[in-house]
Design a protein around this ligand. Structure first.
Ligand SMILES: *Cc1c(COP(=O)(O)O)cnc(C)c1O
Length: 376
């Protein structure tokens, strides 16, 4: 897609501005001789915990492993048992669901609110039963999914609240919020972060993190992520190897300095799109004009997706679909294929992500203008 005038995404361009610093820290790591569990990993964990407003952080190999570790640790602690049910949004990336089923837990799919495209928190309660133990909220497209409903349900039914914060790192509450001040990743009992290169805070390879308020969970996750050992050659769990590279930790420490700037830039582009895209065939996303959104994606909806995608590409605008096939319709989840989730399925047929990662303000005005000229 690099030949596009307005590419959907260019990771090279995203990292270009920091090239000198990234090369410098890479060289420092190479020369240090310390490639795993070193001082950079420790520093990254401290900074991420601080940023999210939770006391504990364990940096991990990737975002899916971070999610898997949270569930696996809760199983090891006896907090969750095989067959327990976890509320998940039906409209999400498949990694959310994989982490649940990987631990012999049952995902209970809940429809999105068509306006936010996030979990419809008013529909959660009807799915709660004796086996429900957790809510896994996903801040899809960088829009935080957290409200009084979720807070109340977690409390009333004694459910663990886990955040899949792969797409909304950097989001925080507005001052006027009813919920006090918070940061995504610090809202519930535990959160998984992903630093996959395309995420708002992206590594130069795979990386992730678990952030939590729960000291016991933190110790358990840390042990399981390192072969299940609490001290060297002493294995208290049948563990895994889910460690982060020191090199990725070093890159992330550099890029973390700019995350608020990056969120602000994305908000600016989203505001231009929201103000200027005006075409009856294109529905723009809810834009709250506040810090609860960090616009991992800017996702429009249209009944005429095939024609619209072709039109964008013909006019030099790259785009992507997040996601064309929802998890319950994937071949690996054939057992859920017959679930009745019409809103999720409708969204999967209508959504189009337009460029935001490498878009200047000038580009955004141009792209809005081109979109406004789309006709059949
Ligand atoms: C990217 C992503 C993940 C997984 O993160 P990886 O680092 O790619 O393993 C999980 N959930 C959501 C919603 C994501 O977007």
């Amino acid at each position: 897609m690099d030949e596009m005038r307005y590419p959907f995404l260019s990771l090279r361009e995203s990292n270009d501005r920091l090239m000198g610093d990234l090369e410098k820290v890479a060289s420092e790591v190479i020369r240090s001789g310390s490639y795993l569990r070193g001082e950079r990993t420790k520093k990254l964990e401290t900074k991420l915990a601080e940023y999210c407003g939770a006391p504990y952080c364990i940096a991990t190999s990737n975002g899916l492993d971070a999610l898997r570790l949270i569930f696996r640790a809760y199983m090891s602690m006896g907090v969750l048992l095989p067959g327990d049910e976890v509320i998940v949004p039906a409209n999400t990336y498949i990694a959310t669901v994989l982490a649940v089923t990987d631990n012999s837990l049952i995902p209970v799919f809940v429809e999105p609110n068509p306006v936010t495209m996030n979990l419809d928190t008013e529909r959660i309660e009807e799915h709660i039963n004796m086996r429900t133990r957790a809510i896994l909220t996903v801040h899809l497209y960088g829009n935080t999914c957290y409200d009084e409903n979720i807070k109340r349900l977690a409390k009333d039914y004694d459910l663990k609240l886990i955040e899949d914060n792969a797409q909304a790192f950097g989001a925080h509450s507005v001052v006027e919020s009813n919920y006090g001040t918070w940061n995504s990743g610090g809202l519930g009992d535990a959160a998984a972060l992903s630093f996959y290169p395309t995420k708002n805070l992206g590594a130069l390879g795979d990386a992730g993190a678990v952030v939590t308020h729960d000291k016991e969970l933190a110790a358990c996750v840390r042990a399981i992520a390192n072969y299940g050992s609490d001290t060297r050659y002493h294995n208290i769990y049948k563990g895994l190897n889910c460690r982060i590279d020191e090199l990725q930790a070093a890159f992330l420490l550099e890029k973390l300095k700019y995350i608020d700037e990056e969120s602000a830039r994305r908000r600016k582009i989203a505001d231009i799109y929201s103000a200027e895209i005006d075409n009856p065939m294109i529905m723009t996303p809810l834009n709250l004009h506040n810090d609860t959104q960090v616009w991992h994606q800017y996702v429009v909806r249209t009944e005429y997706r095939d024609a619209f995608v072709k039109y964008l590409n013909d006019n030099g605008i790259g785009c992507d679909i997040h996601y064309a096939v929802p998890p319950h319709k994937q071949p690996c989840y054939i057992e859920y294929a017959d679930l009745d989730l019409p809103i999720t399925e409708l969204l999967s047929k209508q959504v189009v992500s337009i460029p935001i990662a490498n878009v200047s303000e000038e580009d955004a005005h141009d792209i809005a203008k081109i979109i406004n000229e789309f006709t059949l």
